[in-house]
Design a protein around this ligand. Structure first.
Ligand code: TXA
Ligand code: MG
Length: 322
C-alpha cells in the first residue's frame, strides 16, 4: 500500500520517519516529484532501483536542506560555492568530488568518485529533508524511461503499491528537472540542461562547456539513456502540419486539424511551457490512446532559456525505443 500524505507538519514528520526507517517516499520538488530514500542506506537505495526498474549503473542525485549539509559529503571549491550561493535552493545539481566524510553509499553514486548534490526549492521539500536529517537520494518518481511526474497523481499512476508513501505538495512549479553541472574537471561542464538556463549559469561560470560544442573529452554523463521521458505513442517533432489521427502538443498559435490538443503555452512563455510539458505528454498519450490516435505531433519550441531543457526532453521522448 502506498500512503498519500498531506504536506502538513504531521505528514512531513511521517514521511521523514519512513525515510529514516529505510522506506521510499515520493515528494514534490520545484522541478518534478522525486522518489526519495536514505542515500546512506544501500538497502533503501536498492529499493529505488527495484521500484523504478531502473538500470543500476545510473547514479542518483542526493538532496539536502541547505548547502552546508550538502558540502559535508561533496567537496565544494570556489566555483561550487558561488553557484550554490546564487542558485540554491533551486533547480541546479552539482557533480563534485566526494569528501573524506562522504556517507552517500556507493550504490547511490554508482561507484563513481563523484557525487551529485542539490538543494531543492520548496518549503515542503526542504522541511522534509531537514526532518529526515540524512542525504536523500531521489531520481524522478516514475518507472524508468517513462515521463517524469509533476503531480502526486502521476507518481501513483506509475508506482502505486511499489513505494511506501507520496507526500503531496501539489503541482511542481518548474516542471523540468534540474540543470546538472559537472565541476570535477578544470572547466564546468553542462551534463543536462534543466530548470536553470545556461545563460544564467554563464554569468557565474563564463567558461562552462556545452554538451555539443566542445572538442574536449567530455566526462560521461552516466544514465543519460537516449530514449527517456517516453510516452507509449510515438512522438513526432517539428510538426508544421498535423494529421487527423495525431494528437497535437502545441506552443503558441495551434496548427489546425487535430481533434486532441494540449497547448504548452498559448502566449509562447517558456516557463509556462516547461511547467506544463510532462503533464501534457501524459495527457496526450493517455487520451490519444483511448481515442485510437497514432502519434503525438509536436510544434517547434524556441531553444533559448528553459527552451533548451524542453528541447532535450522532447528529443528523448521522440527517440526510437531500444
Ligand atoms: O530535478 C531533478 O534533478 C530531479 C528531482 C527529483 O530532484 N531528479 C532527477 O534525478 O532528475 P534523475 O535520477 O532522474 O537524474 C539524475 C541524473 C542522471 O542523468 C545521472 O546520470 C546524473 O544525474 N548523475 C548523478 N550522479 C552523477 C555523477 N556522479 N556524475 C555524473 N552524472 C551524475
Ligand atoms: Mg528521470
Amino acid at each position: 500500500m502506498t500512503r498519500r500524505l498531506a504536506a502538513d507538519s504531521a505528514g512531513i514528520a511521517q514521511a521523514a520517519d519512513i525515510l529514516r526507517g529505510g522506506g521510499l517516499v515520493a515528494f514534490g520538488t520545484e522541478t518534478v516529484y522525486g522518489l526519495g530514500a536514505d542515500a546512506t542506506n544501500a538497502h533503501a537505495v536498492a529499493r529505488i532501483f527495484a521500484a523504478k526498474q531502473r538500470p543500476a549503473f545510473n547514479p542518483l542525485i542526493s538532496h539536502f536542506p541547505d548547502a552546508a549539509s550538502a558540502f559535508v559529503h561533496a567537496h565544494a571549491d570556489a566555483r561550487a560555492r558561488r553557484l550554490a550561493q546564487r542558485f540554491w535552493p533551486g533547480p541546479l545539481t552539482l557533480v563534485l568530488p566526494r569528501t573524506a566524510d562522504c556517507a552517500i553509499c556507493d550504490l547511490a553514486g554508482a561507484g563513481l568518485p563523484s557525487v551529485a548534490v542539490r538543494v531543492p526549492a520548496g518549503d515542503v521539500a526542504r522541511a522534509l529533508l531537514a526532518a529526515a536529517g540524512v542525504p536523500v537520494a531521489a531520481p524522478s518518481a516514475n518507472p524508468s524511461g517513462g515521463v517524469s511526474p509533476s503531480r502526486a497523481e502521476h507518481v501513483l499512476d506509475g508506482l502505486e503499491g511499489r513505494i511506501d508513501a507520496v507526500l503531496d505538495s501539489g503541482p511542481c512549479a518548474v516542471g523540468v528537472e534540474s540543470t546538472i553541472v559537472d565541476l570535477t574537471g578544470p572547466h564546468p561542464v553542462l551534463l543536462r540542461p534543466g530548470g536553470i538556463p545556461i545563460e544564467a549559469l554563464r554569468e557565474i561560470c563564463p567558461d562552462i562547456t556545452l554538451p555539443h560544442d566542445s572538442s574536449d573529452a567530455r566526462p560521461a554523463a552516466p544514465g543519460r539513456l537516449s530514449s527517456h521521458y517516453a510516452p507509449t505513442l510515438p512522438v513526432r517533432l517539428g510538426a508544421v502540419s498535423v494529421a487527423p489521427d495525431e494528437a497535437l502538443l502545441a506552443f503558441g498559435p495551434e496548427l489546425p486539424g487535430s481533434s486532441l490538443t494540449w497547448n504548452l503555452s498559448p502566449g509562447e512563455k517558456l516557463e509556462e511551457a516547461a511547467a506544463r510539458l510532462f503533464a501534457g505528454l501524459r495527457f496526450l498519450d493517455m487520451e490519444g490512446r483511448r481515442r485510437g490516435l497514432r502519434a503525438i505531433a509536436v510544434q517547434p519550441v524556441p531553444t533559448h532559456g528553459l527552451g533548451a531543457a524542453i528541447a532535450d526532453r522532447l528529443s528523448r521522448a521522440a527517440c526510437p525505443r531500444t
